[in-house]
Structure formats: C-alpha cells, structure tokens
Design a protein around this ligand. Structure first.
Ligand SMILES: Cc1cc2nc3c(=O)[nH]c(=O)nc-3n(C[C@H](O)[C@H](O)[C@H](O)COP(=O)(O)O)c2cc1C
Length: 96
C-alpha cells in the first residue's frame, strides 16, 4: 500500500457496521494506513453508510477519511446503470 496516497475501502453493511474482518484489516494495517486518505463505501439493504466514515476514523485515527458512498446491493445487481451514474458523480465530487 506504500505507493498509494488514497485508498478506497468498501464492504457490505453487516448488522449496522463494518464486517468484523474489516476491523481486523484496519488493526493489522494500522501503520500502513496512517497518513493516507481513506474513502469508504458500502453496499447495504437499507442502512446506508451506517457510520462507516466515523467508524473508519476511529479505527484509523491517523488517516484522513473522505465522504463515503452507500449503494444498495440489490441495485448493484439489478440497476447497474444508476449505480454507475452515482459512482461517477461521487468520484467527480471527490475531485477525481
Ligand atoms: C450477516 C448480514 C448482516 C446484514 N446486516 C445489514 C444491515 O444491518 N443493514 C443493511 O442495510 N443490510 C444488511 N445486510 C445486507 C448486506 O449489506 C447486503 O447483502 C450486501 O450489501 C450486498 O452484498 P453481497 O452481495 O456481498 O451480500 C446484511 C447482510 C448479512 C449477510
């Protein structure tokens, strides 16, 4: 990860939170994630981003966390055109 300044990190919302394996990833990579810009995104079925951004900030206090994106998992399968549009707008809004 050392060659990247910005890292997009996404996962499905499980029980209103990042899946536990993601917390293991944050913990195991705390040194590598420090100083990076982290961009969270979720798939969900109603809970939205579920505080992924704040929880990521708490788990990686030495990183900068950008505005995240929440997309319904069902839309990823059945409404890909609208998902592509949302992702494009989000990426553009982040300045990419
Ligand atoms: C164990 C489990 C817990 C879940 N909890 C939530 C939840 O709290 N809120 C929500 O909106 N969706 C919840 N979901 C739905 C997932 O977020 C959804 O299935 C996922 O985003 C779609 O990705 P997938 O195709 O990898 O399952 C849950 C799914 C599972 C399997």
């Amino acid at each position: 990860m050392s060659q990247y300044f910005t890292i997009f990190i996404g996962a499905p919302v499980w029980w209103g939170d990042w899946p536990m394996i993601m917390y293991t990833f944050f913990e195991n990579n705390a040194d590598r994630l420090a100083g990076k810009t982290l961009v969270p995104f979720s798939t969900h079925e109603g809970s939205g981003l579920s505080g992924f951004d704040k929880k990521l900030s708490s788990a990686c206090p030495d990183a900068t966390v950008s505005d995240g994106l929440a997309i319904r998992g069902n839309d990823c399968q059945n409404d890909q055109e609208s998902v592509r549009k949302k992702v494009s707008e989000w990426i553009a809004g982040l300045g990419y």
